[in-house]
Design a protein around this ligand. Structure first.
Ligand code: GLA
Length: 392
């Protein structure tokens, strides 16, 4: 982190010739369990990871915005009143989207005073060690880092929950990806050694100790190197299936269904929609079971739930890819307590909950299995549940 901070501050000085007003940061996330449940008003249980995006930001005298990053040569410059023009424009859409959302004034879930009349523009330099395209929410990390920075320098007085909502709105309306509230919530609300158990209907969040290290367990992230994106294709299509299922079953969202309703779903819906609905309903139940099991029996007991979640995504929701299935099977065969793909799917990463002493064995086994199949070598690393966004 201190390197990232130094680099962001140095980048800012290079860009502007002055010192930043401050440094802020926000983490990427891993979802422990609860996939494609957030936009169905269901339950999720992610945690923030020890990979962060740092932003060095300073106010300007005029109403211009200038943003630059360590990972691109582009410097993007635009007026605060011209932001519309920057919709869907690569990495810059995330930071500029946040400024745009704050300019809209109060919105659903955000009743606090927002609005940017009279505020000054800003310069920002961004650095990050959250891998991009790995399904670890580098986009939410960027939105939330800028969000906490602007909240402070523009004196918006927003709560962490409201900044999460703003991030989701920027992603939905400015970037154009129809994603839910999970990633930004994890990035804002995460706590060291804990997960964020979120009810996506009420938006009630509970920070729950995970105690992996105390139990001698590590969370290994394995990036399949299959790149994914959520603004088109499978993610959007799955979301539409869920909305259709809810409509045809006469409920506001799939959250309202329980396991007992699945028989009715089988009578009324086509086969494919039944499977999509079944994933969401059973996954909501698995989130609740995971929270309860952690509490009653500790983290070693949640492995079967992680494994079952993966099977449901592979067979019912059909968002896995062969590389992710291979990671999960190989981790399970080499001593993992449980394993599943994490995030939106169609690529990205899997996680394995592994006894500390077995971490390298699992890594070597996965590398070997990938080589045997002729797949691009995966990248794997241990992550620790960490604190959410704030001053860096
Ligand atoms: C992506 C989205 C989240 C969520 C997950 C799937 O990460 O950004 O809102 O829908 O996929 O659980």
């Amino acid at each position: 982190m201190s390197d990232l901070r130094d680099d962001a501050a140095a980048g800012f000085r290079n860009l502007t010739g002055r010192e930043p007003d401050g440094l802020w940061s926000a983490p990427g996330r891993v979802n422990l369990i609860g996939e494609h449940t957030d936009y169905n008003d269901g339950f999720v249980f992610p945690f923030a990871i020890d990979r962060r995006t740092v932003v060095a930001l300073g106010r300007r005298e005029d109403r211009r915005i200038r943003v630059a990053t360590a990972f691109s040569d582009d410097v993007v410059e635009i007026g605060l009143d011209e932001l519309e023009a920057a919709r869907s424009s690569g990495w810059a859409a995330y930071p500029l989207g946040m400024a745009w959302v704050f300019g809209l004034g109060p919105f659903e879930g955000v009743t606090e005073a927002v609005g940017v009349e009279g505020v000054s523009g800003f310069d920002a330099f961004i650095d990050s060690n959250v891998p991009v395209g790995a399904g670890l929410s580098s986009s939410a990390a960027l939105e939330c880092a800028i969000g906490v920075a602007l909240n402070e320098v523009w004196e918006l007085g927003l709560t962490p929950e409201a900044i999460a909502r703003a991030g989701q709105r920027a992603e939905n309306e400015f970037v154009g990806a129809p994603t839910g509230i999970m990633d930004q919530s994890a990035s804002m609300l995460g706590r060291e050694d804990s997960g964020v158990f979120l009810d996506c209907r009420s938006l009630d969040a509970e920070v729950i100790p995970l105690r992996f290290a105390e139990a001698g367990l590590a969370i290994l992230v394995i990036d399949s190197r299959v790149e994914h994106e959520h603004s088109s294709g499978g993610y959007r299509e799955r979301r539409e299936s869920c909305e259709r299922g809810a409509r045809e079953l006469g409920v506001e969202s799939l959250r309202e269904l329980s396991l007992a309703d699945l028989a009715r779903a089988r009578e009324l819906l086509d086969d494919l929609t039944v499977r999509r609905v079944r994933h969401v309903v059973t996954e909501n139940q698995r989130v609740l079971d995971t929270v309860r099991t952690l509490h009653e029996r500790g983290p070693r007991a949640i492995g079967d739930l992680l494994d079952a979640s993966h099977r449901s995504m592979r067979d019912d929701f059909e968002i896995s890819v062969p590389e992710l299935d291979l990671i999960v099977e190989t981790a399970q065969a080499n001593g993992a307590v449980g394993a599943r793909m994490t995030g939106g799917g169609f690529g990205g990463s899997a996680i394995a909950l592994v006894p500390e002493e077995a971490v390298s064995l699992v890594q070597v086994a996965i590398d070997g299995a990938f080589a045997e199949h002729g797949y691009t070598a995966p990248v794997s690393f241990v992550v620790r549940p960490s604190d959410g966004a704030g001053r860096a």
